[in-house]
Design a protein around this ligand. Sequence first.
Ligand code: VGL
Ligand code: ZN
Length: 204
Amino acid sequence: MNAETESQDRARWQACPGDALLIVDVQNDFLPGGSLAVPQGDAIIPILNRYIDVFMSQGLPVYATRDWHPERHCSFRAQGGPWPPHCVADTHGAEFSAALTLPPAATVISKATAAERDAYSGFQGTYLDSRLRAAGVRRLFVGGLATDYCVLNSVRDALRLGYEVLLLTDAIRAVDVRTGDGQRAEAEMARLGAQRISLDGLSA
Ligand code: VGL
Ligand code: ZN
C-alpha cells in the first residue's frame, strides 16, 4: 500500500443520521471451510462487529445481504457457471457466520434467488434501494465479501444510485481468482467515488 492510500484509509469519520452499515455476504460458504472460501475472510468478522457496535449504539440501521441460491443455480459449474455450489438457500453454508453479531433489527436482503440469473450486487433484483430510501439513508458504509465480486458490484450500484459510499478497507477480502483482482476492484471503487476508511479513523 502506498503512503497516499494509507493516509486515505485513516481519514477521520463519524456515523450520523442518514448513514447505514451494509454488510455484504458474510456467509459460511465464503469463510474458511466453506465451499467458496475467501482467503482470510474470517479476519473481517471482529472488525465488522465493531462497526456494528458503532451503528447500533447510535441507533443507526444495519443491512446485511446474503447470496441465496436455489440448488441448481446457473452460477454453479454443473450448470455451466464459474463457481462450485455455494450459499444454497436454507443450508448451513448460506447462513451468516455465527461469529458475526448481526443485531436482530438488521434488515436482511437475499439476492440471486432465481435459478436462471446471477446477481453480484445487493441492489440487483432486490428491495435494498427502496428500503434504504424509505429509511432516509444517504450514505453507506460497506464491508464484507468478496471485494472483487459482491462488494464491488454493490458499491458500483450504490454510487450509480446516488449514495455516498465509505468503503471499509479493513473489513473486506477478495477471492482473487486472478492475482490483483481485489486491488483492482478497490482502485475502481475509489475511482468511482468511494471513500476509503478504516476503524482507526473513527472519531471519539
Ligand atoms: C460472490 C461469487 C459467487 C460474492 C457470490 O458474494 O462475492 N462471489 N457468488
Ligand atoms: Zn453466488
